[in-house]
Ligand binder design. Structure first.
Ligand SMILES: Nc1ncnc2c1ncn2[C@@H]1O[C@H](COP(=O)(O)OP(=O)(O)OP(=O)(O)O)[C@@H](O)[C@H]1O
Ligand SMILES: [Mg+2]
Length: 268
């Protein structure tokens, strides 16, 4: 049994309404997508903008309800979970978003932001929570002097580290990372990516790693799922897909990786 088992999920969004409010169009954001993710593994979801990557990530965490399909996390049905069961499951499955400026509340200090999930998911008292927050900030490379700072006072890279500490706080087994470095300055991207990789190894985390940058995917992922128009068009280990892509669509994505990356797939 895998940590995460996703079978045949589909999700449509209504795209318009006529003047009396009837729905007029639908976007099939995700169609019949299935995959598994093992404990400690990193699976990348790649594909062009609008391919359905973020929708898959959100459906997995039940931030949005799918129209069809099943999701099992750690042996428990996610779709049918009661609110109490879902809360318990959320301890094990966390999310990091692209833009830490919008994922962190500007009125919450760093201490409060990272302590919040500890309040929800643990019965640590205030003192123990503060100690735990210090530990977590240390893990993500943020000094204790930032404890009482507010998001507006931190750089994008620092903020994303805080968001990572917040995601780690409940002790998850899996983190859905939705373009976690795409909004950061190029100069700090690889630092944050390396941090994610080190944490994965140290904490044996599983990542569902949404990313359109195949050069980054190659660094961090074990397997890759290529999506186009809401469907999975190709999947396999990073090594096999990059060396011998089966679809033109995948080849185009790989060809878009900037040099220097002298690899078989791009030397044609
Ligand atoms: N809440 C929503 N309401 C309506 N349409 C949506 C909604 N969320 C996503 N869509 C549509 O579903 C499709 C898939 O969107 P999704 O955000 O999953 O793509 P993505 O692969 O994450 O793209 P990107 O790389 O730009 O983030 C797109 O056509 C998008 O416009
Ligand atoms: Mg997206």
């Amino acid at each position: 049994m895998s940590l995460l088992e996703v079978s045949d999920i589909s999700k449509s969004f209504s795209t318009g309404r006529d003047i009396i409010g009837r729905r007029t169009g639908w976007t099939h954001a995700v169609r019949n997508v299935s995959f598994t993710l093992d404990a400690g593994e990193c699976l990348a979801l790649v594909g062009e903008s609008g391919a359905g990557k973020s929708t898959v990530g959100r459906v997995v965490l039940r931030l949005i309800e799918p129209d069809a399909g099943n999701i099992a996390f750690d042996g428990h049905d996610v779709r049918g979970a009661s609110p109490a069961r879902l809360r318990a499951m959320r301890r094990g499955m966390q999310m990091i978003f692209q833009d830490p400026h919008s994922s962190l509340d500007p009125r919450m200090s760093v201490l409060d932001a990272v302590a919040e999930p500890l309040i929800v998911h643990t019965d640590l008292d205030r003192e123990a929570r503060t100690e735990k927050v210090r530990e977590l900030l240390d893990k993500v490379g943020i000094g204790p002097r930032y404890l009482s700072r507010y998001p507006g006072e931190l750089s994008g890279g620092q903020l994303q580290r805080v968001a990572i500490a917040r995601a780690l706080a409940p002790g998850p087994k899996m983190i859905v990372c939705d373009e976690p470095v795409a909004a950061l300055d190029v100069s700090v991207r690889s630092q944050v990516l390396n941090l994610l990789r080190d944490l994965q190894e140290e904490l044996e985390l599983a990542y569902l790693f949404v990313c359109h940058d195949l050069a980054l995917v190659e660094v961090i992922a074990d397997r890759v799922l290529v999506m186009a128009g809401g469907e999975v068009v190709e999947s396999g280990t990073v090594e096999s897909v990059y060396r011998d892509p089966q679809q033109d669509y995948t080849r185009k994505l790989l060809d878009a990786i900037p040099a220097p990356f002298p690899r078989g797939a791009r030397q044609r």
